[in-house]
Write a protein that binds this ligand. Structure first.
Ligand code: HEC
Length: 310
């Protein structure tokens, strides 16, 4: 069928010696077909905060390399591991295809080959940094969100405490307009963050709902602080040194629904500690020491839990 044929076609548009230019060849494609759903959090006409889909932003070089909720979107040199490329290759009615079914035009064969070639060549952005380059796309229509029981009783974090966390280079934003619940993340500079700095998050304990610590230098010690955020629903520890000892205290996080442990030192021994977290729905265990058998057992132990191990 179509897919089988693709491999037989010569790369006529891609002379072997010409490097793909991201700014002139790829950015226009992403800007037109992808960025509307994958850009900075912004307000829609009704004032509701719209987050980038899949937590993936494609409107800046550092943001593309940062990846989304499932980890890396682009692995330089490796198109097979780059979900940005894999998702555009999916059949048009596949549930994971990008753009989603009915939401835009699929990449042409030549365009997807261009993207693949760019990844193989090392995914260089040249002088393109993005952010400001993004076109002002129309704000997408968002469905109204149901009242959020987590907000009840949440305390608004003191401005001084938020400011102290911003001084660490973090983005501190409400999870929705008018919500006292906060999201804390590092778009850049994560590698400068250590256990010591995480201690500064403690005054946000009453309102912290989403925390992205991926690519930071934290160790298990930091998770003792994180365990004291009772409203945490979303925690990303991707590519950190955390291990089984750090996971154990997290059993206090009874509202947690998303936990990303991709590229950490956790093993099978960490999983029993997560069993009390009945609201867990998504756990990422790719590139850990967890065995597929234990991952499967764990997935069955909590209703509707999806565990991703490869
Ligand atoms: C109409 C909105 C929309 C458009 C347009 C769109 N996406 Fe998405 N994208 C989503 C949604 C929703 C998700 C999260 C659900 C999922 O994982 O399928 C997502 C997730 C992703 C992810 C996985 C992110 C992660 O780590 O979870 C990648 C990669 C991605 N999109 C790439 C693209 C690319 C490349 C394009 C352009 C060709 C594109 N998207 C266009 C809505 C969109």
């Amino acid at each position: 069928m179509k897919l089988a044929l693709l491999w037989l076609l010569p790369l006529a548009t891609l002379p072997a010696d010409a490097a793909v230019n991201f700014r002139t060849q790829l950015w226009p494609l992403l800007a037109k077909n992808c960025v509307d759903c994958h850009r900075a959090p912004h307000k829609d006409p009704s004032g509701k905060l719209v987050e980038p889909k899949g937590r993936l932003r494609l409107d800046g070089a550092a943001l593309i390399l940062k990846g989304g909720s499932e980890g890396d979107a682009v692995v330089p040199g490796d198109p097979d591991k780059s979900s940005l490329y894999q998702r555009i290759l999916l059949p048009p009615d596949h549930e994971d295809v990008m753009p989603p079914k009915g939401k835009g035009k699929l990449f042409s064969f030549d365009d997807s080959e261009l993207l693949k070639q760019w990844i193989i060549e090392g995914a260089s952005f040249g002088d393109w940094k993005g952010l400001g380059d993004a076109p002002a796309a129309a704000a997408p229509k968002a469905a109204p969100k149901a009242a959020d029981p987590l907000s009840a009783g949440a305390t608004a974090a003191p401005e001084a405490a938020k400011e102290a966390v911003r001084q660490l280079g973090a983005l501190v934003s409400p999870v929705a307009v008018g919500s006292p619940l906060l999201r804390v993340e590092w778009v850049s500079g994560a590698s400068a963050i250590t256990d010591q700095q995480i201690a500064l998050l403690a005054p946000l304990a009453g309102s912290l709902a989403e925390l992205d610590l991926s690519d930071t230098k934290i160790t298990d010690a930091a998770l003792a602080t994180v365990a004291k955020f009772p409203r945490l629903t979303w925690l990303n520890l991707n590519n950190t040194a955390v291990s089984d000892a750090g996971i154990a205290p997290l059993q206090t996080l009874l509202n947690l629904s998303y936990l990303n442990l991709h590229s950490t030192n956790v093993s099978d021994a960490a999983l029993p500690g997560l069993a009390p977290l009945r609201k867990l729905r998504q756990v990422y265990l790719w590139k850990t020491r967890v065995s597929p058998a234990e991952a499967a057992k764990f997935a069955k132990s909590i209703p509707d839990l999806k565990v991703t191990i490869d």
